[in-house]
Design a binder for this molecule. Structure first.
Ligand code: ADP
Ligand code: MG
Length: 492
């Protein structure tokens, strides 16, 4: 076996195609849990956010949290999905130390949201549609802590009963790159909607990856499910490893066993965890403590009315209104805050608009670079959109060149001073006086009479040398366009 070309693995016996479906658990943004009033805030002291319902004390009854239901419906609308006006909570029975009730309240045959779609923005600017199978609401379990005592396991029930949305995709993805694009886009939509904060490190967004391989054109092969992968990079690594493992196995005449595997991020491999459990193992049945959820159209429309402009619509608008490339528009809309910064930059103050393409280049290039280096987000950018706008205005009115502007920007990041002040203090104004430029050109040409002769004899490349010399004499401040014009004339 040799190379992977995105979706195709070239095996010893021919090509194999990777097939991927993702199950994402997204923690619902809500102050209280799905069926109790306990708080959900991350990072609290263990077992300080546990109600009697969460601890499954006898006789305690779950009460549905309407906010969580609204969040699930809103997410369904954001995924252009079927909202089911009637859905049912079921008990999924299994024993685990951090699941005191002995069952998880989930949804099985009648989930709150049905089929939808999500559009992937691929790195080369292409897009691709992936089907959403369903979204259902369920409770999270608690957390077992194995590292607090040499021989004992501790249990923290803070997370027990927190609302999760399980979002299941169709097996429509064909490469690690597409799976990564799926997660980025899903995360972006959830964050726009405010229904999940998308924080993978804190576990608000967790991903199970289903991987199988097949000969191109053949029916799907047997899949393995890799549980709880907690970063987009690890998802890609787990897929690459697992697909190769399956190809090697099949090429040696073996068969893939359907099972649940774990990704060991330290070693970059997947390991078998348990054989695949089936729905009938869980003895699902409707939870007798809860009524079915029922909504009417007015309820759904009321939620629809609160939806913000989502990434796809914003991207289309940026392309249409600002003439941006699909790639640039996709980058700028990925986070709502970036899109807002960019729009404020272009729209300026008092009806003034700035060159949209130039503004996009500055945000994606210089600003992102500076934020990365400083480890900051755009919300606490050291340079506001109004301040960056001030710099772009100095380029637009020829006060400084684009080249000098980059130095001024670095200074703005460091000192927090406005562009104009830096330009004045350091004397960076462009030389646009043609008389001054002419005299510097004359000086350079007379100092380099030999080179002038070579140029006139046909050595065209020397033009750049003369430009460089004059630029140097002006400390980089000569207006480049004017300098070129004047120099060309003088060398005629
Ligand atoms: P389960 O409930 O047992 O996990 P589902 O039918 O809900 O099974 O499927 C779970 C996930 O597996 C879905 O995301 C689906 O797209 C994906 N999937 C199903 N078949 C395949 C396959 N052959 N290869 C890769 N992924 C698959
Ligand atoms: Mg599953």
């Amino acid at each position: 076996m040799t190379e992977t070309n995105g979706s195709i693995i070239e095996g010893r016996t021919g090509p194999w195609e990777i097939v991927l479906g993702l199950e994402v658990h997204a923690q619902v943004v809500s102050n209280a849990k799905l069926f109790s009033g306990a708080a959900t805030e991350f990072g609290a002291e263990p077992n300080t956010q546990v109600s009697l319902v969460d601890a499954a004390m006898p006789g305690m009854l779950p009460v549905i949290n309407d906010v969580c239901v609204e969040q699930a419906v809103k997410t369904g609308l954001g995924l252009k999905a079927q909202i089911n006006k009637r859905s049912v909570f079921d008990r999924k029975n299994y024993f685990y130390a951090d699941l005191p009730a002995g069952y998880q309240i989930s949804q099985y045959l009648q989930p709150i949201v049905g089929e939808g779609t999500i559009i992937l923005d691929l790195p080369d600017g292409r897009t691709r549609e992936v089907g959403i199978t369903r979204l259902h609401l369920e409770q999270d379990a608690g957390k077992s802590l194995h590292d607090q005592h040499p021989t004992k396991t501790y249990v923290d029930l803070n997370r027990c009963g927190v609302a999760l949305m399980e979002i299941v995709s169709e097996p429509d993805m064909r490469s690690a790159e597409e799976a990564a694009a799926y997660l980025r886009k899903l995360r972006s939509i959830l964050r726009y909607l405010g229904t999940c904060d998308g924080n993978m490190e804190q576990g608000s967004l967790r991903c199970d990856v289903n991987v199988s391989v097949r000969r191109p054109g053949e029916p799907y092969g047997t899949r393995c499910e890799i549980k709880n992968v907690n970063s987009i990079r690890f998802v890609s690594q787990a897929i690459e490893y697992e697909a190769r493992r399956q190809v090697e196995l099949l090429e040696e005449g073996g068969t893939v066993v359907q099972e649940t595997r774990l990704f060991d991020s330290g070693r970059g491999v997947t390991r078998s965890m348990r054989s695949k459990e089936h729905a009938h193992d869980y003895r699902y049945f409707p939870d007798p403590d809860l009524l079915p959820l029922e909504f009417d159209d007015a309820y759904i429309e009321r939620i629809r009315a609160t939806m913000p402009e989502l990434p796809d619509a914003k991207k289309a608008r940026f392309i249409a209104d600002y003439g941006l490339s699909a790639y640039d528009a996709g980058v700028l809309v990925a986070e709502q805050e970036t899109a807002a910064y960019y729009e404020a930059l272009v729209e300026g103050e008092g009806g003034k608009t700035r060159d949209p393409k130039m503004a996009a280049n500055w945000v994606i290039g210089e600003l992102f670079g500076a934020l990365n280096r400083a480890g900051r987000t755009i919300q606490d950018s050291p340079v506001s959109s109004a301040e960056l706008g001030g710099l772009l205005d100095l380029i637009a009115d020829d006060t400084i060149s684009g080249r000098i502007a980059k130095d001024v920007f670095a200074d703005m990041v460091e000192t927090g001073k406005p562009a104009g002040e830096i330009v004045e203090a350091k004397g960076l104004r462009q030389v646009t006086d043609s008389g001054a430029i002419d005299s510097m050109i004359d000086e350079v040409l007379s100092r380099n009479a030999d080179k002038v002769a070579e140029y006139k004899a046909g050595k065209d490349k020397l033009f750049g040398f003369f430009v460089g010399q004059v630029m140097k004499a002006t400390g980089g401040k000569a207006n480049p366009k004017l300098l070129n014009e004047r120099l060309r004339e003088k060398l005629q």
